[in-house]
Unconditional design. Structure first.
Length: 173
């Protein structure tokens, strides 16, 4: 019985876990070199980073969404240029309401004006991912994102007219 224990201990010591290309803890603490080997590594770094407008734009670019510029405009408008309480306290970049039926990335919800449930996120990147999920959800239901104004109105993200005009004219990116 002692031999079996010794053999098992020897095997567990000699078996080495496979090495990863990067160390998650080092990335999150920002201790890795600035050159990231791949897209997944860059995404992981940003998912550990504090919010900055620059990080936000990089994250959208890495996610390869076709409506990147419009997403930046919407986030700036919904958060009053990244200063709103909803954004600062709950990482909600897009004023997203808590969904009843679709898949989402929200970690919790808070009660906002008029008793509406709005999503709260543990990290700002989860808000971006939720916005992408919402768009994909409606795309899969047959809505087209080529005309983003029509898409936003048809999917009840905003009301027709003034919201979109404000996005295009007043919001600078």
């Amino acid at each position: 019985m002692k031999w079996l224990t010794v053999i098992l201990i020897f095997i567990s010591i000699s078996v080495k876990a496979p090495e990863r290309d990067f160390n998650f803890e080092q990335i999150c603490k920002g201790k890795l070199i600035k050159e990231y080997k791949g897209k997944a590594e860059r995404l992981l770094y940003l998912e550990c980073s504090n919010f900055t407008e620059s990080n936000f734009k990089k994250y959208l670019k890495l996610k390869e969404i076709p409506y990147c510029e419009m997403a930046i405009r919407i986030a700036k408008l919904e958060t009053s240029n990244f200063t709103s309480k909803l954004f600062k306290n709950n990482n909600n970049l897009f004023g997203m309401h808590y969904p009843y039926s679709r898949k989402n990335c929200a970690d919790y919800y808070v009660i906002a004006d008029k008793g509406r449930r709005v999503s709260g996120y543990s990290h700002w990147t989860r808000s971006v991912n939720d916005f992408i999920l919402r768009t994909e959800y409606f795309e899969n239901k047959g809505y087209c994102i080529k005309n983003f104004e029509k898409f936003l109105v048809d999917t009840r993200y905003c009301e027709k007219g003034s919201y979109y005009l404000v996005l295009l004219k007043a919001v600078k990116i």
